[in-house]
Design a protein around this ligand. Sequence first.
Ligand code: MG
Length: 197
Amino acid sequence: LQFKKLEIHKVFLRFLNFNLEQNLSPLILADLTDACYMRYFMNNNIAKLLNEQINKELYSAYLYLDIANYYDSLDLDGYANYYMIQAQEERDHALLFMKYMQNNGLKVTLEAIGKPDKSFDSVLAPLEVAAEHERYVTALINAIYHEAHEAKDYRTMKFLDWFVDEQMEEEENADKMISRYKLFGDDPKGLYLLDQE
Ligand code: MG
């Protein structure tokens, strides 16, 4: 390891156009070597927001499971299955945030997941709840992005780019679920066909 560190060092110093023997004391050399091995510095507030987002994504999964249960109770198996898949995607989002934190040497703290507290009284109601929820998640992602931008944390901005695109899709799909229901869902045969898709 020491040899490897020294090799990295030589490359580093060559880059700076230093003469290894003449210009640097062993002490400075040791400091610079450690600097090569330092973890990526991340602003504490950004780390906190990333950790919170794990919880928010898991809550999203929980909310979609609740919606799937509601549709299952109406025997709308297609809608139920759609929200089961959404729940799986939200869990994957949580894992992406967790992995990003792990990869950057940040401590992950898992908190209690909130209880889904929406009650549904129509086929349309969960669709509207889901669309509203996705807009809320977009706002959360944007808030983290804003902090990363302020802190010139380019790595986190790049990581969040995927989520910015993903939220555009999530909102578009949620809105489409509503508009299609409004077009066809009032008619029993229309609803049957929507559920088959
Ligand atoms: Mg998500």
